[in-house]
Design a protein around this ligand. Structure first.
Ligand code: LLP
Length: 426
């Protein structure tokens, strides 16, 4: 019996005309927990992590999972237990790391708008490094740390001005972006940082964008960053670690990003050639660790044939799966139990009152109301970006480990959504 796997969902396989994630039949999970339902494969996450670990064998490297991609506690726990550090962008994310059993000493804090309160919280927790994005932020961080009698470990995020060749909303390494300190200004910013009383310069970092599917932008960015390391160290400021950010893409629709170990073989060759091969390295991958580990199950509510378009209306919507509406992103959509018959071309849409509420356009499907569909490659930037728009409770989440299925988040009730609100008493 063959167990064909699906492109973009390496741990989803068909057996006896039914879709499985690892050893668990997805239709059983939909029946038991309802839909929409996110289901994640632990093996897929660990296998994605293993590709990075292989790539860094024999090197000094720390993998800090960019948890903005999926910050559910059960997912963080998998990476914490596997020895990962975390890349955070808020005080809330730091609290999640601690709640999931992660080590604050292996946390790096990114983002252009850290508040003083978040800085204090992170300093108290003893994080490894602040990735600072502006001169103004450096001054404030120094002040906050100094007042606490501490020196904040800092790395400055430099903007290498390279084109990551990805969607403009998720490209971050170009001059016109809000991120990082311009390459030309970076040396000056380092000199300023080195002179401030509340800072301890420990590294340099860059992140050029997300869903990058070629090695070239990384190689170009690396050259630009290493040029700066040369200049900064020549000015007498030692750089202990180099952080190359995240951004490696995944296969959504026949995309062919390099595998993490193949990419790093190329990048390490460049580091070696430039004499930096034994330096402490850091990376901040998000999507590439979780994106293809997740599927979202959704039930077909109605079929609505039309003159220009046929609509397949499902119970998941843009509040659960915001990527198509936000970036016109493509996710494969497959029935859990394929039917025999003539396929019809549908736009797969949700119940939300917006024309932008679509999950897939022009999809050939053989479906009936009541069927359950799997939206693939939804482990990253789906649940983490979910909202309560239209007073829709956020979906439940299940983590699959072999033949076991663990609920890691139950479905949100309306009472839970309203719990923070109050009526005005006359
Ligand atoms: N480091 C920094 C500083 C970042 O800003 C990001 C992502 C990452 C690491 C992780 O990047 P990744 O390895 O996941 O590509 N919501 C968008 C993606 C936004 C990415 C934001 N920054 C999407 O759904 O495509």
């Amino acid at each position: 019996m063959s167990h064909p796997t699906l492109a973009g969902a390496p741990f989803v396989a068909t057996q006896h005309n039914a879709l499985y994630l690892e050893g668990v039949k997805l239709a059983d999970l939909a029946a038991q927990h309802g839909t929409p339902l996110f289901v994640y494969s632990k093996a897929a996450m660990l296998s994605a992590l293993a590709a990075y670990q292989r790539g860094f064998a024999g090197r000094k490297a720390r993998i800090c999972y960019a948890m903005k991609a999926n910050s559910s506690l059960g997912v963080l726990q998998v990476f914490a237990q596997a020895g990962c550090g975390f890349d955070i962008v808020s005080g809330g994310e730091l609290e999640r790391v601690i709640a999931a059993g992660g080590d604050p000493a292996q946390v790096i804090f990114s983002g252009v708008g850290k508040t003083r309160a978040e800085m204090r919280q992170a300093l108290q927790a003893g994080i490894a490094c602040f990735n600072v994005e502006s001169d103004a932020e450096l001054e404030v961080l120094s002040e906050v740390a100094h007042a606490m009698g501490l020196r904040a470990p800092v790395s400055i995020r430099v903007n290498p001005n390279v084109d990551a060749k990805t969607h403009p909303y998720i490209s971050t390494g170009l001059k016109g972006n809000k991120f990082g300190v311009a390459h030309e200004q970076a040396l000056q910013t380092y000199q300023r940082a080195a002179a401030l009383p509340g800072l301890n310069v420990v590294g340099i970092d860059c992140h050029i964008g997300s869903q990058i599917t070629e090695a070239t932008p990384y190689l170009d960015a690396m050259d630009r960053v290493l040029d700066l390391v040369d200049a900064i160290e020549a000015a007498g400021i030692p750089i202990h670690h180099i952080d190359f950010g995240g951004g490696l893409g995944i296969d959504y629709n026949g995309d062919t990003p390099p595998a993490a170990d193949a990419l790093w073989a190329q990048l390490l060759a460049k580091l070696d050639a430039r004499g930096y091969g034994q330096r402490q390295l850091m990376i901040e991958p998000g999507r590439s660790l979780v994106g293809n580990a997740g599927v979202c199950l959704t039930e077909v509510l109605y079929l609505k044939p039309g003159e220009q378009k046929n609509f397949c209306i499902v119970d998941a919507a843009m509040n659960d799966l915001p990527r198509p509406a936000m970036y016109e992103a493509f996710h494969q959509i497959v029935p859990l139990a394929p039917r025999i018959g003539d396929s019809v071309c549908y736009d797969v849409v949700g119940p939300i009152c917006e024309s932008g509420d679509w999950l897939g356009r022009d999809r050939q499907l053989v479906v009936q109301a009541g069927d359950v569909l799997a939206v693939l490659s939804t482990g990253a930037y789906c649940m983490a970006m979910a909202s309560n728009y239209n007073t829709r409770g956020r979906a439940a989440e299940v983590l699959v480990d072999g033949t076991q299925a663990h609920v890691i988040r139950r479905r949100e009730s309306t009472a839970e959504q309203m719990a923070l609100e109050s009526l005005v008493n006359a």
